[in-house]
Design a protein around this ligand. Structure first.
Ligand code: C2E
Ligand code: MG
Ligand code: MG
Length: 687
């Protein structure tokens, strides 16, 4: 019992089961009781009505017997008399039998009850003694019948008492029995009614108790649980379909929505849906400069601005990182789309202030329209992606609508990617070498390594034809590694056979510098070939320094210097390197770009620029090298301006390893200063 109680207390499910079963059993018990009572009442009603009929029959028969007696006495013929007597005999037999049965029943009643006692009195006690009087009536009637035919005078003597008995005793006594019987019936009917009423009230009370203490709390609990379940379900649904940082819909949501759009309304052209693929152009540097917490704040801000512009026109979703997708599904014209794209750029490119840190992100947007630009989700996303790629490649911070020609470009890029992969595998990228000399001493101070692609169909390709594509495909480090392995091998070979080459000039790309540990890897490859780092110099173009004014890039530059590799700022003057960059002691040498050297002797402006660069660099303790001189006049002007280091076709063009080796060996180390001009201008074909 105790374990049952503790189970009821502990286990809510068991409690519910018990409650339901109890309620069910109680209801069944009440219904069963009602059924029994009804059956009992019906049985008693049936027996009472039988008794009632019996008494009524006795009443009728006793009157009839007396009436038949009177008729028989007045009958004129014997024939009539005997007919009446037959009827009288039959009535008497019936009366006797009816009376005997009832008298027996009443005699057998337990006299404790008031009703039974009264009936008993009526039948067997004075003054009524109904039993005796009834038998007396029967006896007198029998005697009357016996004497009527032969001695009517004697028969008359019995008729008088019969009339007397019937009218003054038997009929009133039977009436009394009927009234007692009626009283009992009414009482028992009332009792049945009360019991029924009680059962009804009990049932109702039980129902109220069940409702109040079982169903109501249970219903409340079930309602509460259902609500909690619904809330949990809603929360889960929200979490599954929304981005936790920005609260925007997430990739899952975006993909499902796009799927349903493309599946349901493909027939409904020209109704248009526009999708915007957005990418924050410089979010990574914000993240790196201000930290991830501020980066997150910026993303929240961007999401809010985006949501405000999109409003009820569609749904803004965050795909991942700094990538967003906007689905505009209430669009009727592409002008509206341009308007929204313009508003988005205005809103998103505004400067932001996060905890006092001012920054500005630029956003590029690629736009694809459904169903014009793609009928399936995949096609539509590819179209928006290609448009975004185009937007990024044409200056960033802008939007571009998808155009079919982008697919051609994309396919070309894809093919190029496959070709580059194959070229790396088959070592089709090979180095050429361009010497650098010091005009004062005539000594070779370096050899710049420049890549050439030996394309199986297109022949030898220059860097301008493939480097940008390789960079956008993220292949630069692989190419650099491959080219330098070969270059170091060549240089090591030169060292072995006593060919002087100064330093090997390496062009480091953006990707090279940002790949953690790459600088050390290159140094290790050089050393493995037998070259120390003092034999290396690194050329970094201005844009790499400017675009990656971050810790990782700076760390790579410092590491180069730590290793003893000289660092040079390449193509100086073409980018936006500032005095700050020159002043940071990150560089050893400035390489003046070819565009200022070409026709230097004829261009006053170039002369001013080159003169300024030389003065500034010298003043800052940096050495200066000029590249791209093709004529003696250019060399002479440079010498006049004080520049003594040269790399250009006028000295030597970029050459393959074997030719470069021969050139280096044969190089006449006479100083250029004061040499006759035809000795220096040895320009030959570019390899
Ligand atoms: P850069 O580092 O400024 O290299 C000098 C470029 O100027 C070379 O072009 C060279 O052939 C060219 N040049 C030198 N003197 C003359 C001249 O007198 N006249 C003319 N017309 N051109 C001259 P190239 O080899 O086409 O390389 C172009 C650029 O490609 C390089 O400019 C460099 O930025 C990049 N590059 C070349 N090879 C590599 C490489 O292996 N890795 C990386 N990251 N970049 C490379
Ligand atoms: Mg260079
Ligand atoms: Mg250059």
């Amino acid at each position: 019992m105790n374990s049952l109680l503790s189970k009821i207390r502990r286990d809510p499910q068991f409690r519910i089961q018990i409650a339901y079963r109890t309620a069910l059993l109680s209801m069944m018990a009440l219904l069963w009781a009602s059924f029994l009572i009804l059956t009992f009442a019906m049985n008693r009603g049936q027996s009472e009505s039988a008794v009632f009929q019996d008494i009524a029959k006795q009443r009728m028969l006793s009157q009839r017997v007396v009436l038949l007696g009177q008729l028989a006495l007045r009958a004129t013929s014997d024939e009539q008399k005997s007919e009446i007597l037959v009827l009288m005999g039959e009535s008497l037999a019936e009366l006797k039998s009816a009376h005997t049965d009832l008298a027996k029943l009443i005699g057998s009643l337990d006299t404790k009850g008031a009703v039974a006692e009264t009936l008993h009195d009526v039948y067997f006690s004075n003054p009524t003694q109904l039993d005796l009087r009834m038998r007396s009536l029967v006896t007198n009637a029998n005697r009357f019948s016996t004497f009527l035919m032969n001695s009517p005078d004697v028969a008359v003597l019995y008729l008088g008492p019969m009339e007397e008995l019937a009218s003054s005793v038997i009929l009133p006594a039977l009436d009394r029995v009927i009234s007692i019987h009626n009283g009992v019936s009414q009482r028992s009917a009332a009792m049945t009614k009360y019991v029924h009423l009680a059962l009804l009230i009990l049932s109702l009370a039980l129902l109220i108790v069940i409702w109040r203490f079982l169903f109501k709390p249970l219903a409340a609990k079930i309602g509460m649980r259902t609500m909690q379940l619904q809330v949990a379900h809603d929360n889960l649904q929200y979490a599954v379909l929304h981005d936790s940082l920005t609260g925007l819909a997430n990739r899952e949501y975006a993909m499902t929505k796009l799927q349903s759009i493309t599946e349901s309304s493909v027939e409904e052209s020209p109704i248009k849906v526009a999708i915007f693929h957005l990418d924050l152009d410089n979010f990574k540097s914000v993240n790196d400069t201000y930290g991830h917490t501020n980066g997150d704040r910026l993303l929240e801000l961007v999401a809010n601005r985006m949501q405000a512009v999109v409003g009820n026109n569609g749904t803004a979703c965050r795909l991942n990182g700094d990538e967003f997708l906007i689905i505009l599904d209430t669009i009727s014209a592409s002008e509206t789309v341009s308007g929204i794209a313009g508003n988005l750029l205005c809103a998103l490119n505004k400067p932001t202030n996060i905890d006092g840190l001012f920054t500005q992100v630029q956003t590029s947007i690629g736009i694809a329209l459904f169903p014009d630009d793609g009928k399936t989700r995949k096609d539509l996303l590819v179209a928006a992606d290609l448009a975004l790629y185009e937007a990024k490649n044409t200056g960033k911070g802008t939007y571009k609508f998808f155009q079919p020609k982008m697919i051609i470009k994309y396919n070309q890029t894809k093919t190029l990617e496959q070709e580059i992969d194959r070229a790396i595998e088959e070592r089709q990228f090979q180095p050429v070498f361009q010497p650098q000399i010091n005009a004062t001493s005539g000594a070779i101070i370096g050899v710049e390594v420049l890549v050439r692609w030996h394309h199986p169909e297109r022949g030898i390709l220059l860097p301008a034809e493939f480097l940008d594509a390789a960079a956008s495909l993220g292949k630069m480090t692989q190419i650099t590694r491959l080219v330098l392995e070969q270059a170091f091998e060549t240089a090591a070979h030169w060292l072995e056979n006593g060919t002087e080459f100064g330093r090997i000039g390496i062009n480091f790309s953006n990707q090279d510098l940002l790949l953690h540990g790459f600088v050390d890897e290159i140094a290790a490859i050089a050393e493995a070939s037998g070259l120390t780092c003092e034999r290396l110099s690194a050329e970094i173009v201005e844009s790499v320094v400017i675009n990656n004014d971050d810790t990782q890039c700076m760390a790579a530059l410092m590491r180069l210097r730590e290793l003893g590799i000289k660092v040079e700022i390449d193509d100086f003057g073409t980018g936006f390197a500032t005095m700050v960059h020159l002043n940071r002691k990150l560089f050893d040498r400035v390489k003046i770009d070819r565009q200022f050297i070409t026709n230097l002797d004829q261009s006053e402006r170039n002369l001013i620029i080159v003169d300024s660069i030389i003065r500034l660099s010298t003043a800052l303790g940096l050495s200066v090298i000029a590249e791209g001189m093709e004529r003696q006049e250019e060399i002479d002007t440079l010498l006049e301006l004080g520049c003594v280091e040269f790399q250009g076709n006028a000295i030597a063009p970029p050459m393959p390893a074997n030719i470069a080796g021969k050139w280096l060996k044969a190089h006449n180390k006479t100083p250029l200063l004061g040499r006759p001009s035809n000795e220096t201008a040895t320009a030959s074909t570019t390899h």
